[in-house]
Design a protein around this ligand. Sequence first.
Ligand code: AP5
Length: 214
Amino acid sequence: MPRAARKVIIAGAPASGKGTQCELIKSQLGLVHLSTGDMLRAAVQAGTKVGLAAKEYMDGGKLVPDEVIIDLVRERLAQPDCEANGWLLDGFPRTAVQAAALRAAQIEPDLVLYLNVPDSMLIERVVGRRLDPETGRIYHLTFDPPPSDVVPRMTHRSDDTAEKAQVRLSQFHEHLGAILAAYQSVTVEIDGTRGKQDVFASISRVLEGSAIAA
Ligand code: AP5
């Protein structure tokens, strides 16, 4: 019997490594990667209604209102590629209201990976992050330096300052308990303080184990 497509949520503080691990998980499992941060940044760039509503919140490091993001995610998860290949939801849900909206739509993950990294490590990760706009690859000036041909085109997110990261972190802590409570029975905590390949090795073991159990 074919195995059901995986439905995975990855949760964690700003710069805990969600996007980095999603790149690795996606290449292993072929899941559709949906990052609400990327979706919102694309909407801001395109000047859509959602983008206009989200911009001022994102610029301040604050969560965008639930009603701005919930429909966007529900509609995207209903697309045929998500149904066929499974999905990897990165950065959603982030509030109790968002988790309740998924549940009401009968969208349930079979696994929630919670990347646990203490705040003391996160600011350095935030300020050193750089992105390659051509490939979407995430780098870090110290921990994962880009090759020299990528350096001239690297970009730096406008919310990746120490000051805005503090706002993002406090919002994260305000809502974390509600998210963990909503998915208690399917959540696995991963120690995200190690190097990215070690973190990925742990995630792979969990994915293999829960795939066998599924
Ligand atoms: P979003 O883009 O989701 O930002 P975030 O949650 O703050 O997460 P990040 O993208 O900053 O970090 P990450 O965990 O993906 O880390 P990464 O792998 O890049 O959201 C942005 C904004 O959009 C929000 O502030 C909000 O306004 C809005 N938004 C989005 N979703 C929303 C929602 N559901 N509701 C309301 N508003 C929403 O890694 C970070 C750095 O560390 C990189 O440089 C990387 O190279 C490095 N690194 C990664 N892993 C390691 C490691 N193991 N060791 C050392 N360095 C590492």
